[in-house]
Design a protein around this ligand. Structure first.
Ligand code: ARG
Ligand code: ZN
Length: 878
């Protein structure tokens, strides 16, 4: 059933301390839980309310007395003890079966080891508890397990005691000095090894840092450790936030639903975001590790010390922490252009994933009003749009003002479970600003559209910028009120330089942050010497769609000169999108690439950009990357995946052919000989070089393919390896099959590389449903491992539009089959996969018919998780 934000009530009882005893056995783990509880003065009720799921209740004692069936009631997952005394000690003994827990939520076994995942509601699968984030308690944990099989026993906080037990068992006792909500609890009992070191903190203390992995992976922990140290330092320097523990651990596990988890002092990570060395990891993987290690570490303050009152407030910690990890990654690169490239990446992610979510059946505000299954709301909207909302405070208040707001937020709320409104109030109060209207960013779903109209009046040397904002209806929200939107604007003169800005007699420098608060508002610039070219929404100052009737000439001017790198890039995207949309229309009508044609204006702009060696290669790579097929689809009322693919491939091939010389030049100029290093400058060169290779292979002549083949043979790092291999695969090169086989043979022992191998094939437009079914029979394939299931099944359904949308509906039938199969194992992973159908109403009637049938087939299953049911029923009804 649906849970509503407006129905929030305070917990009836609070928990002060929790002692947990675990007798760990994969087949039968006994959990003893002793809680000291007291009535919550903020609640009028006097019953104790606990939740539990998939656990067997053995005994329950209240203040020393065993409760029989009359002392409590169990209704579904809720256990109620009526009329409890004001203070109680509650002891509960339960049994769970970790080895058959395929959901990877709660306590589970992966490759013979024990791990936990408690966010959002996994702790209730371990013991009966008021499993909600506004109940914060101090934890003491005793772990007992077989010593030979589980030599390492970890939990939150500090190790206070360890020793031997009879029967080859041993124990470890951990104490977390900080109170925390149950979703931050963690334990690990495993055969693991670690890289460790003592690290000095700003206040003179030192902390023990550890990265725990399975044996054989110690050659892949350096980068995670280095990223952790950078994160600690950066949090001290940029925000004055220190590590509050003597010990901080990261543990990598191969079976994990998400990226990683910020459990207090014991972060548990998907191996994908820990393990790396040049042989097995790409530049993108290294970047991912730095970002996720940072993200989880930064949660220690934004999430753990100050946590969420309820799960509707999830973006309070996630949006803020994504913003922090974005800033961290940008600062780690350190250059102006590097920072801009990270910003461009963020904009691409939003357009690729968040804008479609905002426009689909699962659209929800950054702070949702209701949900059926909270795990369905760990979304790009809550995370990435949430980060944009946080960034807008910084844009409106300035960096110093934002920092003041953060300081006040911690001063007020350290140790508390709070709301998005509390954060907004801290920002407002610290800066003496009224941010009432800003609240709509939290409550209204949908991507706002800002339409810009301009007028230059020569006689008065004034320039008018009229901004009109609207926001499309979303499920449950037919009407929207105007947002408070920071719109950063610059004006380019004919020479390409920024004109100094004056508004209301005030000098604004080269970029003015306009505050658009009304539906229709006009801003007037004075002393404008000539008709300028407007650069609107600089640095992507708000998560909106900007519409303006730019001419090609204006776009080329911006693409050549804009001092704001994000808008300079954006001008190129607009030029490309115009062509892609036109060509898609033509390809749809002709169903072929024959009649397609690309104009010189665009090709020459790209040529100039590619060859401009005064620009960072990372920026040039971004500028030459075309909008994705999904971004093109987003612009169309009726989506024809094959026409989009044909058009985009045509543009790639045409650029590949017409810019051949320049591409070859850049391919040579951006080699990175010598030892591999994942630093920003080398990463940038590889990115541009490999983009050049992919363009060359898009118009596959023998010479280009030979280049790719040589790179594949001679590469000394995974970045160049996979770039060459995927160029060969996507070009359908004759050697592709053999190269894939060699790649598999060499890396079959590296699970994360095998994932890449599956994914590369899953997303190739030559791979049809039948071929995916064949790949599923490969001995290395299993639905049970989330990374593996995602790398083949989800990659195909979401990353291979041409084949997934095969006219006979076979892709959709496959989707339904896999969602159902996965749902029986792991609802969270199944539910993610089920979202591949989000946009089903945007396809041709014939495809829609097939999609609807597949959706109905899933919805019609008698046994279906809440997770999948919520997604498919919203898809069918919205
Ligand atoms: N808090 C984690 C992070 O963003 C994500 C964990 C979500 N897990 C889940 N099963 N919903 O770092
Ligand atoms: Zn997070």
């Amino acid at each position: 059933q649906t849970i509503y934000r407006k129905d929030y009530t305070a917990p009836t009882y609070l928990v002060d301390t929790v002692e947990l005893g675990f007798d760990l056995d994969p087949a039968r783990t006994i959990v003893a839980n002793r809680m000291t509880m007291r009535r919550n003065p903020d609640s009028i009720r006097r019953d104790i309310e606990l939740v539990g799921e998939d656990i067997e209740l053995v005994a329950i004692r209240l203040n020393g007395k065993t409760l029989d069936q009359s002392g409590y009631s169990i209704d579904g997952s809720v256990l109620r003890i009526p009329d409890a005394p004001d203070t109680v000690t509650l002891e509960i003994e339960t049994i769970c079966v970790p080895e058959s827990n395929t959901t990877l939520s709660g306590l589970y076994v992966s490759n013979g080891n024990f791990y936990t995942q408690c966010e959002a509601e996994g702790f209730r699968r371990i013991t009966w508890f008021p499993d909600r984030p506004d109940v914060m308690a101090r934890y003491m944990v005793m772990l007992r397990a077989d010593k030979a099989r589980f030599p390492v026993l970890l939990s939150n906080g500090n190790l206070v005691e360890e020793g031997e037990l009879p029967g080859g068992r041993h124990y470890a006792k951990w104490e977390d000095p900080f109170k925390k909500p149950s979703y931050l609890f963690a334990l690990v009992a495993a055969r693991l090894v670690c890289q460790e070191e003592q690290f000095p903190l700003a206040d003179g203390r030192t902390a023990l840092l550890q990265v725990w992995v399975e044996e054989g992976n110690l050659d892949k922990t350096d980068y995670a450790m280095q990223s952790l140290k950078h994160s600690i330092r950066w949090d001290e320097e940029r925000w004055g936030l220190e590590l509050d523990l003597d010990r901080f651990m990261i543990v990598a596990v191969g079976d994990f639903n998400m990226g990683a988890m910020e459990n207090k002092g014991l972060n548990i990570f998907n191996t994908k975001f820990v393990l790396a060395n040049p042989r097995v990891a790409t530049d993108i993987d290294f970047q991912g590790i730095e970002a996720v290690v940072g993200h989880e570490y930064f949660h220690n303050w934004t999430g753990n010390r100050v946590t969420c009152r309820d799960w509707f407030q999830l973006s309070l910690k996630e949006g803020l922490t994504v913003f922090r990890d974005q800033e961290f990654s940008a600062d780690m690169i350190g250059t102006e252009s590097g920072r801009a490239v990270t910003r461009i990446d963020q904009v691409r992610t939003l357009r690729q994933a968040q804008f479609p979510e905002d426009a689909g059946p699962m659209a929800h505000p950054v702070r949702p009003d209701s949900f059926v299954e909270i795990n369905n709301f760990y979304t790009v909207t809550v995370y990435e749009k949430g980060a944009e909302v946080v960034r807008m405070y910084q844009t409106l208040l300035g960096r110093d003002g934002f920092r003041k707001g953060m300081d006040l937020y911690f001063a007020r709320h350290d140790g508390q479970a709070v709301t998005c409104d509390d954060f907004r109030m801290a920002m407002a109060d610290a800066n003496g600003r009224d941010l009432t209207q800003f609240e709509r960013w939290y409550s209204q779903a949908g991507t706002p559209i800002v339409q810009a109209e301009t007028r230059y009046i020569e006689a008065t040397r004034t320039y008018e910028l009229r901004l009109i904002q609207t926001c499309p209806a979303t499920p449950g929200q037919p009407e929207k009120l105007p947002f408070h939107i920071p719109v950063a604007v610059g004006l380019l003169g004919k020479d390409g330089r920024d004109l100094p800005l004056t508004i209301d007699g005030q000098q604004k420098g080269n970029t003015a942050v306009l505050e658009l608060t009304e539906a229709d508002q006009t801003f007037v610039f004075t002393d404008v010497p000539e008709q300028p070219t407007p650069s609107i929404l600089r640095d992507f100052s708000a998560p909106v769609v900007l519409r303006h009737g730019y001419s090609d000439a204006e776009l080329v001017h911006l693409f050549s000169h804009d001092s704001d790198p994000v808008n300079r890039w954006e001008a190129g995207q607009r030029l490309a999108m115009g062509r892609l949309l036109k060509l898609t229309g033509m390809a749809g009508a002709n169903s072929g690439a024959d009649a397609l044609d690309l104009d010189d204006v665009f090709v020459e702009a790209m040529r100039k950009m590619l060859a401009d060696e005064s620009l960072d290669p990372a920026f040039r790579e971004q500028a030459l990357l075309l909008p994705t097929e999904s971004m093109i689809a987003d612009q169309l009322d009726v989506v024809n995946p094959l026409a989009i693919h044909t058009a985009r491939q045509f543009v790639r091939a045409d650029i590949g052919a017409r810019l051949r010389e320049e591409l070859l030049d850049q391919y040579q100029a951006n080699q990175t000989p010598g030892e591999y290093s994942p630093d920003a400058a080398s990463t940038a060169k590889r990115a541009l070089k490999n983009l050049a290779l992919s363009y060359l292979c898009a118009a596959p002549d023998a010479e280009s393919l030979a280049l790719a083949e040589r790179q594949f043979d001679e590469a000394t790092n995974m970045t160049d390896r996979v770039a060459a291999l995927s160029a060969l695969v996507h070009a359908r090169a004759p050697v592709a099959a053999e190269a894939l086989q060699r790649f598999y043979d060499e890396f079959q022992g590296e699970a994360l590389v095998v994932d890449k191998w599956f994914m590369m094939q899953a997303t190739s437009s030559t791979t049809d449903v039948a071929a995916v079914r064949e790949l599923m029979k490969h001995p290395a394939f299993t639905l049970r491992n989330p990374n593996r299931a995602r790398s083949l099944v989800a990659a195909f359904c979401s990353g291979n539009p041409v084949q997934f949308h095969a006219p006979d509906g076979s892709g959709y039938a496959f989707w339904a089959e896999q969602v159902i199969a996965l749902d029986a194992l792991n609802p969270q992973v199944a539910s993610r996969l089920s979202r591949a159908m989000d946009r089903w109403r945007r396809y041709s009637p014939a495809l829609q018919e097939h999609m609807k049938k597949a959706l109905q087939q899933v919805a019609g299953q008698a046994k279906l998780s809440n997770d999948v049911r919520e997604v498919v029923s919203k898809a069918l009804s919205n």
